[in-house]
Design a protein around this ligand. Structure first.
Ligand SMILES: CSCC[C@H](NC=O)C(=O)N[C@@H](CO)C(=O)O
Length: 657
């Protein structure tokens, strides 16, 4: 087989390299990053730290072994590097001092998980977030005799029954010593930041008296190390993504909004500047009408990464937003209020870090042309952006694949950004089968990432169409909010407009159109096939078909109230109207239902209901369940199950085409 004849296959996830979290040294000379890898025999993911020299480009493996090494963080003089290591039985905060030798443990826990860390401004202390377990040691693996549930938010997808002990903030001396607890709050501390001079720490928690019914009403506190006192920072109610102190100590910055009670993502998360003396709050990013959350979806690119805004100088704050399939990097000047783009190409800044002088910025970048790599933005006399890792080049040169083409498709009230990925060796005179992919969220976006799943289908001969219909994030508040109270409309209209548009181009066989989607995308797949017979086959994944039962069985199902402004027992008709299962008798499209047995976000009962209903009616339906897996099977599930899922979808569509 010649080099050009090898196409992307499901098994290629074993060949891909997954870099993330680049942390540039204060002098800008090297970047430490995390590289995730798959242990094929064990079918597990591990991660190690690597270092790349920003001048010579040499890459050195910093840590080795079958563990998860994450969150490398430099101190300010660049002499110490801390990171978190998780093994089967331990969670450790490890320290490299002087860059040589074996890392030494600062904290070693067998009864808890270390989740995050940050050096104090003088480097003498480290603040850490830790979740201690309810039970430790071997007992953790045993099932209890019974479970007494006394709260609404008692399970979390990917985790299971929630720990009773919340995530708390601690500090420890950076050279080692006793772990000192800072918080003892009933709910998780979800973010924190040292203040400008290291005399205290800001932290975020939900201290609402009914936090589970008010998950988007979070508070910020300041803990003074000298006075040993917690003070609430007054602000209007609303969710908070992260907090950041300013270098002068005058303001506090955080990401969020003040419209609680809205569905997640329907309102933009904006960067808020709070004047610490007057309490005045001002949104820095309102004029952009974009969310600062990273909501671009991918199956090898991480989504929903928390990236704080970082001060480049005492006047310039750097931050990212999600916009039109991209995640540009912007600079906000505190004095002039001017916002200037630093990176605004068709690409996604997933995360970034800065050298001490702010002139070198290490970027985890996603693009459509290649799987994610680490890049360096140099802001000296001229702006220079260059790639400094080439981890996936060997893989990319071994396969033949296309870059998606972008279309802007008119629909009733909007223009829908869409991408078409053509099969390798595409010939416009031929007619190809079409696969419409529908994303979940719903307030998320497809965008400029190299998407393994899309490439697999293109390699198998499909024209893959993926779009951001109304309800997606990245096009402003009104666009994201357009599906509120409805969910299926106007998204259905937009999706069909996109299919019609592509059919008009003449290279798709209208008799060979297929549809798939996951989560909300699965909901829309169910909706599509219960409202049109134009598709020859469908695969619905981790889907929702009955909003009413979803309300009570999903880990956060009651959040639907924010979307539908009502609850199912008071307005059953509304929930029925927008539930695809209501229209099940209209489904004639052959359907394959894929669901993970441990999906707590869209519980397996959703798949079961749809399957039994269609099977009872003798409709062409197949149910494929994946044991042990949670909602995130397609991007973080056991590797062989990820491969199997793709293979079975290919088989489903191939048999029918
Ligand atoms: C709002 S109900 C649950 C839908 C789910 N949202 C968050 O978990 C969803 O659509 N998820 C997407 C995006 O993460 C998915 O692809 O799983």
């Amino acid at each position: 087989m010649s080099k050009q004849e090898k196409y992307v296959s499901p098994e290629d996830i074993y060949d891909l390299q997954f870099p993330s979290d680049p942390q540039i040294s204060p002098d800008g000379k090297k970047v430490i990053f995390v590289k995730k890898w798959i242990h094929k025999k064990e079918q597990k993911y591990y991660s190690n730290l690597y270092s790349v020299d920003t001048v010579r480009g040499t890459v050195v493996q910093f840590t080795r072994g079958e563990q998860k090494d994450i969150k490398p963080r430099w101190n300010r003089n660049g002499k110490q590097l801390l990171f978190i290591r998780s093994t089967q039985n331990k969670s450790e905060l490890l320290s490299f001092y002087g860059g040589l030798g074996e890392p030494m443990p600062l904290i070693s826990l067998e009864d808890g998980d270390i989740q995050d860390l940050a050096f104090s401004p003088d480097d003498k202390w480290v603040a850490v977030l830790i979740q201690k377990y309810d039970v430790s040691g071997e007992d953790r693996k045993k099932e209890p005799l019974k479970r007494d549930i006394d709260r609404l938010f008692y399970r979390l997808d990917g985790e299971g029954f929630r720990q009773k002990r919340a995530v708390q903030l601690f500090i420890v001396k950076s050279r080692g010593g006793r772990l000192i607890p800072i918080t003892d709050v009933p709910r998780d501390v979800t973010d924190f930041a040292w203040n400008h001079d290291g005399t205290g720490i800001y932290y975020v928690t939900n201290d609402h008296e009914d936090p589970d019914r008010h998950m988007d009403e979070e508070s910020i506190f300041f803990y003074s190390l000298k006075e040993k006192r917690h003070v609430r920072i007054e602000k209007p109610a609303g969710p908070i993504g992260w907090v950041q102190a300013d270098p002068e100590g005058k303001y506090l910055y955080f990401a969020g909004h003040f419209k609680p009670g809205h569905s997640w993502g329907a309102v933009n998360s904006e960067i808020q500047q709070l004047h610490l003396e007057t309490g005045e709050i001002h949104s820095l990013t309102a004029s952009l009408d974009r969310t600062t959350d990273m909501v671009t979806l991918g199956d090898i690119t991480p989504s929903f990464v928390k990236q704080k805004a970082l001060f480049q100088t005492s006047e310039d704050l750097l931050f990212t937003v999600s916009s039109e399939g991209a995640n540009p990097l912007f600079k906000f000047n505190i004095l002039s209020g001017e916002i200037t783009p630093l990176l605004d190409g068709p690409e996604c800044v997933v995360s970034f870090s800065m050298s001490r002088d702010g002139k070198n910025i290490a970027v985890h970048l996603a693009q459509m042309e290649r799987p994610d790599e680490i890049w360096l933005l140099e802001l000296n006399s001229e702006k220079h952006f260059r790639r400094i890792t080439f981890l996936n080049d060997e893989y990319m040169s071994s396969i033949s694949c296309n870059v998606p083409e972008e279309y802007h498709i008119p629909s009733d009230n909007a223009v829908i950004q869409s991408w078409v990925l053509k099969p390798p060796g595409f010939n416009s005179k031929k007619k190809y089968p079409l696969l419409l992919q529908i994303h979940g969220g719903p307030r998320a976006q497809y965008g400029y990432t190299w998407f393994h799943e899309m490439q697999v289908f293109a390699a198998a001969g499909f024209v893959v169409l993926y779009t951001n219909p109304q309800g997606s994030q990245g096009y402003g508040h009104a666009f994201a909010d357009a599906i509120t109270g409805k969910w299926a409309e106007p998204a259905m209209n937009d999706l069909m407009a996109a299919v019609d548009y592509i059919l008009e181009l003449g290279f798709v066989d209208p008799e060979q159109c297929f549809v798939t989607g996951g989560s909300y995308g699965g909901y829309m797949t169910n909706w599509v096939i219960s409202h049109t017979n134009r598709f020859k086959g469908a695969v619905t994944q981790r889907s929702i078909c009955d909003l009413s039962s979803f309300f009570g069985t999903s880990d956060t199902g009651w959040d639907l109230e924010a979307d539908f402004h009502d609850v199912p027992w008071k307005n059953p008709e509304l929930y029925k109207k927008w539930s695809p299962i209501t229209y099940a008798d209209q489904i004639d499209t052959p359907l394959c239902i894929i669901h993970s047995e441990n999906d707590l976000r869209c519980p397996v009962e959703q798949a079961e209901q749809l399957f039994v209903r269609l099977k009872y009616d003798k409709k062409p339906v197949r149910l494929v369940l994946f044991p042990e897996e949670s909602h995130g099977l397609s991007r973080g599930g056991r590797p062989d199950r990820r491969v199997e899922r793709l293979k079975l979808m290919l088989e489903e569509f191939r048999v029918k085409s």
